[in-house]
Design a protein around this ligand. Structure first.
Ligand SMILES: [Zn+2]
Length: 247
């Protein structure tokens, strides 16, 4: 076994951080971003690389527009104020996150639209058919989930947004899709498992996923020597640990 030492700051970073109106971003800045060809949008670099791979994997990627990726808090504030003015309170509460509470500020989210005609910058058209549906179907393989699906509005606090995709990484995107869980529910499931490891097999690979509460400035975790381990904060009180196990 080897010990890894987790710093308290890591609670607020990582591909699984939960960001919503009850869980604002606690650590601003320090995001390494990458851009995309023929686009002004940027994403956190791992999410961006995964998006590029996903776009290459779907046919006719040139039909898809990257509408909105990383936003600074000041940009979110401006967008929110503009939407309040132009669209009113009810619409804004449904589709625009409060400044400091938007996944776009993490660099892990991307809004996409179908090219052709005017693209609505808040609610771009991204139908459940054709190239958009192909993108949606392949997204989990590359670590992305449709973050605000129909029927989960009461859990996410956001209206259905067919255009908003969130990078959570592998194997989480595939598991969330398979189990029909949004990030709020997935993180709760892992927390509720307590020290029990969730053991899953997916596409011939075996994973153990578990929650570790933050125990102070430094939290020690024991993992097996040969395991590849990934740690993400939950943006609240602990760490979500994913171990790739040998079969
Ligand atoms: Zn969005």
């Amino acid at each position: 076994m080897k010990r890894i030492c987790l710093n308290r700051n890591q609670v607020f970073r990582g591909n699984l951080i939960l960001v919503n109106k009850n869980h604002p971003i606690r650590k601003e800045g320090g995001i390494t971003r990458i851009g995309f060809p023929e686009s002004e949008e940027e994403m956190e670099w791992r999410a961006g690389e995964a998006l590029l791979e996903l776009l290459r994997a779907v046919d006719r990627e040139e039909e898809l527009a990257l509408v909105s990726g990383f936003r600074r808090k000041t940009e979110q504030r401006k967008l929110y104020a503009e939407s309040l003015r132009e669209n009113g309170e009810e619409f804004t509460a449904k589709f625009v996150a409060m400044p400091g509470c938007s996944e776009h500020e993490t660099g892990l989210a991307i809004d996409l639209g179908k090219k052709g005609g005017q693209i609505d910058l808040i609610c771009p058209d991204f139908p459940y058919s054709g190239i958009c549906q192909e993108f949606r179907k392949r997204a989990p393989e590359f670590g992305f989930v449709e973050r605000y699906p129909e029927g989960k509005e009461a859990v996410t606090g956001i209206g259905r947004e067919p255009w908003h995709f969130r990078y959570v990484g592998a194997p989480h995107a595939a598991l969330m899709t398979k189990w029909k869980l949004v990030l709020e529910e997935y993180v709760r499931l892992l927390r509720d498992c307590g020290p029990e490891h969730l053991k899953v097999c997916l596409d011939g690979k075996r994973y153990e996923i578990y929650y570790q509460k933050c125990q102070g400035p430094e939290t020690e975790v024991c993992v097996s020597e040969e395991q590849k381990v990934q740690v993400s904060g939950d943006n609240e009180a602990g760490f979500l640990i994913t171990a790739w196990c040998s079969l």
